[in-house]
Design a protein around this ligand. Sequence first.
Ligand code: NAP
Length: 316
Amino acid sequence: MSDSRPELLVVADLPAWLQEPWQAEFLCHDWVHAPDREALLSRVAPRIRGVVTHAAGVVEETLLARLPGVEIVACFGVGYDGIPLAHCRSRGLRVSNTPEVLTDDTADIAVALLLMLCRDLLGANRHLATGQWPRGPAPLATAMAGKRVGILGLGRIGKAIARRLEAFGCILAYQGRQPQEVPYRYYPELRALARASDALVVACPGGAATRHLVDAEVLEALGAKGWLVNIARGSVVDEDALIAALHAGTIRGAALDVYAHEPMVPQALIDAPGVVLLPHVGSATRETRLAMSLGVLCNLRAHFAGEPLPTPVPGC
Ligand code: NAP
């Protein structure tokens, strides 16, 4: 008996339990672990109607071009900088993502990173673990309360970070493409925001429009007493300039969840003074990852039922 389920190409490297919600309703082909991708394509390409990708991954335009019947690209995650949107729009493909459900977790990580920098929690942990405590207390750190925090990209996650930092007693300001009706000061220029901040938190989307917004000049404006936190995308920060600034002491430190060439992290960044580095874990909780999987399912269901997508990417 033939299988009438719509066929999907899954280019996201996700554990089986997160793919189960879709596998009941769709015939899924695993691109990531296919032993021979060419053989897989020649077998299934004409029948593929949807592609499922991961926000941290890239969907090659050349791959989409080889799928004549594809109708939707469903992204597991909120960032869609890895999807060739111009190609999708030109073909009338629908594109969905999973916003909102990961906002709290990612904002939590941003605040945790800032707290780790201010209070030097890694240093304090090292002090105890290396047996230094009996010889004397850990060095004093810096208070979070009263610090000026600038947020680059005051969207869903940026606002969730701001709400948390308000509770910590921080003074907030932001930069984006336009001012918003919020009780925080707006800086139309990023260098000016960096200059006026004790910490700059990056929370804008990745992609060509934001590539290297945080460059050597912004880092210099942040200054030797300033910290950088990036939970957005590695592409937003000029990683070479950051490494140079950290080694030269131009900035005080950086806490990062995202990198220019994940999962590769330059040794010079790992070795730099004053860094806290996480392996892209902003949304990495079981609860949120399941909610993201269900978000993918809802968009696929809506598409194949001929209904509006619950969470379409703007313009798709
Ligand atoms: P969002 O609601 O769309 O917010 C993005 C904000 O960035 C908007 O307020 C936008 O404001 C601003 N922005 C856009 N382009 C800009 C530019 N050129 N310069 C300055 N600001 C700009 O998105 P979100 O849900 O908060 O997610 C933000 C990003 O976080 C995602 O795109 C994703 O890459 C990243 N993320 C990372 C993790 C992780 O695991 N580390 C998890 C989730 C998300 P204006 O329109 O006013 O400019």
